[in-house]
Design a protein around this ligand. Structure first.
Ligand code: CP
Length: 295
């Protein structure tokens, strides 16, 4: 594995390997010293979890981390990202964690730039592979047999890179059923895996895993805007709507959480929530990703 660009490009064996290594790190395996490498965080969109998680993961290997400050970088003077990456690579940086609004930019850089490893930390509405991997790790800790589970994925699917990557990992890892629950306006044109329903009750029925997506208000065009009160009434995860899923269903959310919009406090902080476990697992999964890329 030379880059991590999207789940669709991984084999089930590669995914299994990452899950195994992430689990080993969680069990306390001592990370190797990889201090000859250098990780650069290039975030052209805001982030709390992904950037911090890759930073913590790199630090566990003694890998130094550079965070590009966009406001003070030379991109404000017209430099293009290709030159930014190549200049940082010339200084010895070799692991590039990149989040960008432009879909496919990490793929293009992976083709153009030599001798570096690129990790897609989110490109527009297209893909967020490390999120899907840490989500799947968390799911398996509670529901170890993917062939027997139903996952309900709820919310703004049209604008969600998390939803795209989750569809791919569910497909590759043999999930029995994936319900894609969204109002018509927020259903994407392309589906990789799963069945759409506009009915929250139908989607949640018999669900073992419930994944609630953020309403990406910053990505909504005027034509995509739904009345949030109506959305909340029909699709929010509340204590009442959660009763439609199996009693032992687990609740995931990639974050950041819009409390009181797509999910209520009582559900986000409730006994069935594994949201902070996702965040914890994120560090171990990103350690596994870094290890695989430099091996
Ligand atoms: N889940 C996720 O990508 O969170 P951040 O936007 O905080 O990185």
């Amino acid at each position: 594995m030379n880059h991590l660009l999207e789940i669709s490009q991984l084999t089930p064996t590669q995914i299994e390997r990452l899950l195994t290594r992430a689990h080993a790190f969680k069990q306390g395996e001592t990370p190797k010293n990889l201090s000859s490498h250098y990780l650069a965080n290039l975030f052209y969109e805001n982030s709390t979890r992904t950037r911090a998680s890759f930073t913590v993961a790199a630090t566990r290997f003694n890998i130094p981390v550079f965070n590009l400050d966009l406001a003070s970088s030379s991109e404000s003077k017209g430099e293009v990202i290709y030159d930014t990456v190549n200049n940082l690579a010339a200084m010895g940086m070799d692991l590039f964690v990149i989040r960008h609004l432009q879909e496919g930019i990490q793929q293009a850089l992976a083709k153009q730039c030599k001798d570096i490893h690129i990790i897609n930390a989110g490109d527009g509405t297209h893909a967020h592979p490390s999120q899907a991997l840490l989500d799947f790790m968390t799911i398996l800790e509670h529901k170890p047999n993917p062939g027997k589970i139903k996952i309900a994925l709820i919310g703004n699917l049209r604008h969600s890179r998390v939803a795209n990557s989750l569809q791919w990992i569910a497909k590759k890892m043999g999930v029995r059923e994936l319900a894609l629950v969204a109002p018509k306006l927020w259903q994407p044109e392309t589906v990789h895996f799963g069945e759409f329903t506009e009915s929250l009750a139908e989607g949640l029925s018999d669900a073992d895993v419930v994944i609630c997506l953020r309403v990406q208000r910053e990505r909504l065009l005027d034509s995509d805007r739904l009345d949030l009160t109506t959305f909340r009434h029909q699709y929010a995860l509340t204590q009442e709507s959660l009763r439609l899923a199996k009693p032992d269903a687990i609740i995931l959310h990639p974050g950041p959480v819009n409390r009181g919009i797509e999910i209520d406090n009582e559900v986000a902080d409730g006994l069935q929530s594994v949201i902070l476990q996702q965040v914890k697992n994120g560090v171990f999964m990103r350690m596994a990703i870094i290890e695989q890329l430099v091996s």
